[in-house]
Design a protein around this ligand. Structure first.
Ligand code: SF4
Ligand code: SF4
Length: 146
């Protein structure tokens, strides 16, 4: 998930609204880093049944600012984990992917993302988000994206 501004975060979120992803996969096709932490590398490698070192070798590269790892992309910029129109690591996808657009985003993100606003109380009732989940993880994980 990238675009030229991949990684720019905006912490000012509306806690009354949850934006429900419609799985358009646009954010999987933007150029830039898809950041993965050590824990995420471990989880993804395990999910794929791969040795961690082999996964790092085959599916990651240095981030553009060289301060960690990113998933690699195909020549057309789409994420290597996007297959047949879906994320093949959906269950363990990185926070950068899970967190967008509700826990981080960027100016004018709604021009390039089809996530639909749902009242937070409805989102909780429908099981889209756990009660308090947005604020509980926000500060801790959002900092990773700066
Ligand atoms: S977060 Fe937005 S851009 Fe990404 S798949 Fe969902 S709707 Fe599409
Ligand atoms: S890991 Fe999955 S959700 Fe994240 S950019 Fe790649 S395909 Fe998209």
């Amino acid at each position: 998930m990238g675009i030229g501004f991949r990684g720019i975060s905006d912490m000012a979120m509306d806690s009354e609204v949850w934006y429900q992803c419609d799985r358009c996969t646009a954010c999987c096709k933007w150029p830039g880093d898809v950041k993965v932490s050590d824990d995420e590398v471990r989880a993804i490698a395990g999910f794929l049944g791969m040795d961690e070192d082999v996964f790092i070798q085959d599916f990651t590269r240095l981030r553009m600012n060289r301060n960690g790892l990113s998933l690699i992309e195909r020549e057309n910029d789409e994420c290597i984990m996007l297959e047949d129109g879906r994320c093949k690591i959906q269950e363990v996808k990185p926070f950068q992917c899970k967190g967008f657009p509700n826990r981080w985003n960027f100016p004018d993100w709604q021009k390039v993302c089809k996530a639909k606003p749902v009242a937070m109380e409805d989102a909780v009732r429908m099981g889209l988000v756990e009660d308090g989940d947005l604020s509980a993880n926000h500060t801790m994980r959002g900092g990773d994206l700066k």
